[in-house]
Structure formats: structure tokens, C-alpha cells
Write a protein that binds this ligand. Structure first.
Ligand code: RB5
Length: 142
């Protein structure tokens, strides 16, 4: 799989560890910043990543901020982006199987690296189930 990753200052401390997790699983990951603890505005990075994912068909995104909430709200403004805020392996699995999520969001202040690893592992191995869920996902777009 191919991933883009971005964070704000509140997600910066764990970003490199997340990149390592994704690479160790054998996936490609491209860093879109931010690259320091200096304060930035999370929507700028959510929009940058969403545009990259939409341009690169079939790619996926990972967004990290303090809670994951702001990043998911901003990313979901983009038609074609389905950003899921996940807290554990179960929500990660469902976000793929039922919602066909293409962007994974989580909060550095909410989940630890062990949980993040299980979220990413589960997300990578879960496929969209399609069927009745396909029609529902289609209805998300206004
Ligand atoms: C930054 O302090 C924080 O508000 C941001 O990272 C994020 O959690 C917003 O949803």
C-alpha cells in the first residue's frame, strides 16, 4: 500500500514512529510535514494530505493531531476523502470493512504507540466488504 502522512505540532512527537511502523509492515509512506514542534494549524496539513491522496489514485493517508478530531473534520471536507478517527483495532477494522475509509486519523494525546501499531496493522489487512455497504458509502457524498 502507499500512504501519505501529515501531522500538526501535537502529532509531531510520534510521527516518525508511525512512519517506522508503516515501513516495517512493507508499505510506502511519504511525509508531508509538519516537521517540528512549532505550532501550526491542523487544517493546513489535513488539506495538503487530502489533495495528495485524491491526486494519487488508490493511495491512503494518515493524519495525526492532538485528538485526531480536527484533522478528520478538515479532511472530510474533501469530496472523495473518507477520513476515519480510530481509537482501537475494532474501529480501524470497521472503518475499512464498512466505510471504505481512505484516511486514518488518530490523536497523539489519546492513543499510545502499541495501540497505534494495532490500528495500522488491522487497517492494512482489512478490505472494504462492498455489497450493502457500497450503497451506503455512496450516499455519504451530497
Ligand atoms: C492543538 O493544540 C490541537 O487542538 C490539535 O492538535 C487537534 O487536537 C485538534 O483537533
Amino acid at each position: 500500500m502507499k500512504f501519505y502522512i501529515a501531522c500538526d505540532h501535537a502529532g509531531y512527537n510520534i510521527k516518525q514512529s508511525v512512519i517506522d511502523i508503516v515501513e516495517n509492515l512493507g508499505h510506502e509512506i511519504i511525509n508531508l510535514g509538519t516537521d517540528s514542534n512549532e505550532r501550526v494549524d491542523y487544517p493546513d496539513f489535513a488539506h495538503k494530505l487530502s489533495e495528495a491522496v485524491l491526486k494519487d489514485k488508490g493511495s491512503n493517508g494518515i493524519l495525526i493531531c492532538g485528538t485526531g478530531i480536527g484533522m478528520s473534520l478538515a479532511a472530510n471536507k474533501h469530496k472523495g476523502i473518507r477520513a476515519a478517527l480510530c481509537h482501537d483495532a475494532y474501529t480501524a477494522e470497521m472503518s475499512k470493512a464498512h466505510n471504505d475509509a481512505n484516511v486514518l486519523c488518530f490523536g497523539e494525546r489519546v492513543v499510545g504507540l502499541g495501540v497505534i501499531e494495532s490500528i495500522i496493522k488491522t487497517w492494512c489487512k482489512t478490505d472494504f466488504e462492498g455489497g450493502r455497504h457500497a450503497n451506503r458509502v455512496k450516499k455519504i457524498e451530497l
